[in-house]
Design a protein around this ligand. Structure first.
Ligand SMILES: *Cc1c(COP(=O)(O)O)cnc(C)c1O
Length: 463
């Protein structure tokens, strides 16, 4: 007698599709994902990797656990608040609700009262203007890089020049100035030509629309006179970039916004300030980070910030400034290619209008409480509590340590923690795994403890 091959009894696709759990997950995951999960379990059973009796439970577990997208939520235990690899700012509950509310049909460009078309993004704009009284107008685009590109491309010389026909006869009196020129030079300090990450460089970005950079000063020192000496009829704008991801220390000098304002006024030029991180108002925790309100009061025509750095909102590029400058930027053809999605507008409005958000909370965390939570975790899972500096991250406040605490565990724990459910991303540094609860919601502390136990068990099995 030959034993029947158990692989012949692998559950068939139609039977697995008919399971109530699979039926329930169908709308969420879609037919092709469901079928792929089933085919995978069957093929692992055929190869002997999965016991036949495990096929049905495996399929049920897979469709129940699987998210609707391939993005896996993680607990950020790195202590880095704006972690670019982890999606930068985590949204506040209000912003998450706003996204859910806006996900279906929504009156993003319709006035429900009159039934007429309305302006896109009015709510987000009003929230921004309420939060930044120094701004006359605002525009939201896809991200900070887009906002910068748009501003330097759209703003060329005095406001009276028609967009598109950027001819000017400024500074007439010499033969050269009498010929109409197209202002296409952005005057910027050599010390502010920043690479923002992943190999992307702001100077490369700005010349993609045909603009040219007129670099002035030296890496460490740039004076107002350097800007003044570089001005010609071809000058389109003065640009000041906050060197957000690196620090220049020692023998340094830079022209301030009020100084540049004076020069810009003398020559009827727009002054653009790219602040990178978006503090609405000064924050004592970050004394060196510029804020929007101060930069506008200091004389910038337009200030540019990212939505998902210190502002704690969704990915967005925010332009705030004078009515004339924003109007010119908003009506430039490129603006349409950088238009913000309704979900972003909803989340940004909720972030700005709401009180607090996870980024703000992590930045201003109560250190005694953080230590207590870390000690509780150590009692539950072992390891030692050590002093650990968090960071702003995302190219913000590079030199600023955020003193705090972490649980120190063996380095080998980091990989199984990342692979766990929930996935926990800890910091691997100098041969140890550091679990910093600064950016972990307190309600998830027990989940972190459970994840560490599971990861330790896995490690034990593997060795
Ligand atoms: C981050 C940053 C940018 C780019 O902003 P994104 O929102 O990431 O596109 C531009 N300029 C500065 C100074 C920055 O710090």
């Amino acid at each position: 007698m030959v034993e029947p091959d158990p692989r012949r009894s692998i559950p068939r696709t139609d039977r697995l599709l008919a399971l109530p759990e699979v039926e329930a997950a169908r709308d969420r995951l879609g037919e092709s994902v469901i079928r792929a999960v089933i085919a995978d379990a069957q093929s692992r059973a055929r190869s002997g990797e999965l016991p036949v009796a495990e096929v049905t439970p495996t399929v049920i577990a897979a469709v129940t656990d699987q998210g609707a997208s391939s993005l896996t939520p993680v607990l950020n235990a790195t202590g880095i608040i704006v972690h670019t690899n982890l999606g930068r700012a985590p949204l506040s509950p209000g912003a998450q609700q706003a996204i859910a509310d806006a996900a279906g049909y929504v009156d993003v460009e319709l006035d429900l009262e009159s039934g007429k078309r309305s302006k896109r993004g009015v709510g987000a704009k009003q929230a921004l203007l309420r939060a930044c009284p120094a701004a006359e107008d605002a525009l939201v685009v896809n991200n900070g890089a887009a906002a910068l590109l748009l501003a330097v491309t759209a703003l060329r010389g005095s406001d009276s020049a028609e967009p598109g026909s950027h001819s000017t006869e400024r500074r007439s009196g010499t033969a050269a100035a009498a010929r109409p020129v197209t202002p296409d030079e952005i005057v910027v300090s050599r010390g502010e030509l920043v690479e923002i990450g992943a190999g992307f460089r702001l100077p490369d970005l700005m010349v993609t629309t045909g603009m040219r950079l007129r670099e002035v000063g030296t890496t460490n020192r740039t004076h107002l006179a350097d800007y003044a000496a570089a001005l010609t009829p071809a000058t389109a704008s003065l640009l000041k970039v906050h060197t957000s991801n690196f620090r220049l220390t020692g023998f340094t000098a830079e022209a301030t916004l009020p100084q540049l304002r004076t020069l810009a006024d003398e020559h009827d030029l727009p002054l653009i300030a790219d602040l990178g991180s978006g503090l609405l108002t000064p924050d004592p925790a970050l004394p060196d980070e510029p804020d929007i309100d101060t930069a506008l009061r200091a004389g910038a025509d337009v200030v540019i910030v990212s939505g998902d750095k210190l502002l704690g909102g969704p990915q967005a590029g925010i332009l705030l400034g004078s009515t004339a400058a924003i109007e010119r930027i908003a009506t430039h053809p490129l603006a349409r290619a950088m238009r913000t999605d309704k979900l972003t507008l909803a989340a940004l409005e909720a972030t700005i209008a709401g009180r607090g958000n996870p980024v703000h909370d992590a930045l201003h965390i109560d250190l005694d409480r953080l230590r207590e939570r870390t000690e509780t975790l150590a009692e539950a899972v072992g390891g030692s509590v050590v002093a650990h500096d968090g960071r702003v991250g995302g190219g913000g406040a590079p030199g600023v340590p955020l003193p705090g605490w972490a649980l120190e565990m063996p380095e080998a724990l980091a990989a199984p923690l990342r692979a766990g459910d929930p996935a926990v991303v800890a910091r691997v540094h100098q041969g140890v795994c550091l679990i910093d609860l600064r950016c972990v919601p307190e309600a998830a502390d027990d989940a972190v403890a459970a994840a560490i136990r599971t990861a330790s068990d896995r490690l034990g099995e593997g060795s």
